[in-house]
Design a protein around this ligand. Structure first.
Ligand code: C2E
Ligand code: CA
Ligand code: CA
Ligand code: CA
Length: 279
């Protein structure tokens, strides 16, 4: 490193370069991982509180790396978003989840709705509607069994074009959900403008529900508002019986969280469905 005034600057550049190299490595490994079929789709059930049945599941991507094991999306989705690889990943997850849900239906296991996360990249690249139509065609999954989850924040710029895409998607018959609701900058009045079917209350509000107070009030308000607009409400991150009881008392429609099950690989999820069918 240089002496004197150059020190700090040099330190930051070295650091930055190290980061850049690491990121480039990770990017090429991820590219290769995708080619080699190392991505997998896990499923996390959602429980319908009206009849305590699993009626839906969220598809969540995992990267199974030889030697390193299972890598969670938090470690590569950000990079995938920045590099555009997210479109490829999203398409893989969509196709896999639709094939799977169609298979469960065919086997008479369940008429299960499957939800897939859509990134802002996919929303804005102009291909989304065509891709969804194509995958539904290919797999034969009834559109009402596919749900797309979009986070609140990614809907907020270019609102008009997002709304137009949403209308096209709804014409196909698929369901739409606003994910991580309550964390963004939108107001509840946004709910009225977006043609969606579900609102997913972010887990940060659910976490402290048992303590009562503000988060309970916010949760109650979101449920009431969504219902008055004819939307269904899903609460995510439900870990305790107390949280479930509270949500049931507030007429929340569905819950998702470790209390019911962690996201699990396909075989394990199928066993969950079989247990339910047998019960
Ligand atoms: P998300 O869409 O908000 O998904 C919910 C996350 O909460 C999942 O993390 C899930 O494992 C976790 N979770 C579920 N129940 C509980 C609980 O009771 N307690 C706690 N503490 N956590 C719970 P995961 O699978 O690590 O995914 C993280 C994020 O990565 C997702 O957040 C989503 O934004 C993104 N992601 C995952 N798969 C995909 C994908 O295929 N495409 C895109 N674009 N993003 C994805
Ligand atoms: Ca989600
Ligand atoms: Ca979420
Ligand atoms: Ca999230």
């Amino acid at each position: 490193a240089k002496h004197l005034g150059g020190n700090t600057f040099q330190f930051f550049t070295d650091n930055l370069q190290a980061c850049t190299v690491e990121r480039l490595q990770l990017e090429s490994q991820l590219r290769k991982g995708i080619e080699l079929g190392q991505l997998e789709v896990f499923y996390q059930p959602k429980l319908s509180l009206a009849d305590d049945s699993i009626n839906s599941a969220e598809a969540l991507v995992r990267w199974r790396r030889p030697e390193l094991g299972l890598v969670p999306p938090s470690e590569f989705i950000g990079l995938a978003e920045e590099t555009g690889l997210i479109s490829q990943i999203g398409e893989f997850v969509l196709r896999t989840a639709c094939q799977q849900a169609r298979e469960w239906q065919r086997q008479g296991l369940a008429d299960l709705r499957v939800s897939v996360n859509v990134s802002v990249h996919q929303l804005r690249n102009g291909n989304l509607v065509r891709l969804i139509r194509q995958v539904l065609d290919e797999t034969g999954l009834p559109p009402r069994l596919l749900e797309l989850e979009l986070t609140e924040n990614q809907l907020l710029d270019n609102v008009e074009s997002v709304i137009a895409i949403f209308h096209q998607l709804r014409e196909l018959g698929v369901k739409l959900a606003i994910d991580d609701f309550g964390t963004g900058y939108s107001s509840l009045s946004y709910l009225k403008r977006f043609p969606v079917d579900y609102v997913k209350i972010d887990q940060t509000f659910i976490r402290d529900l048992s303590v009562g107070g503000e988060d309970a009030a916010i949760t109650r308000a979101i449920i009431a508002m969504a219902h008055s607009l004819g939307l269904k409400v899903v609460a995510e991150g439900v870990e305790t019986q107390e949280q479930m009881d509270f949500l049931k008392a507030q007429h929340c429609d569905e819950i998702q969280g470790y209390l019911i099950s962690r996201p699990v690989e396909m075989d394990v999820f199928v066993n969950l469905l079989k247990e339910q069918a047998a019960a």
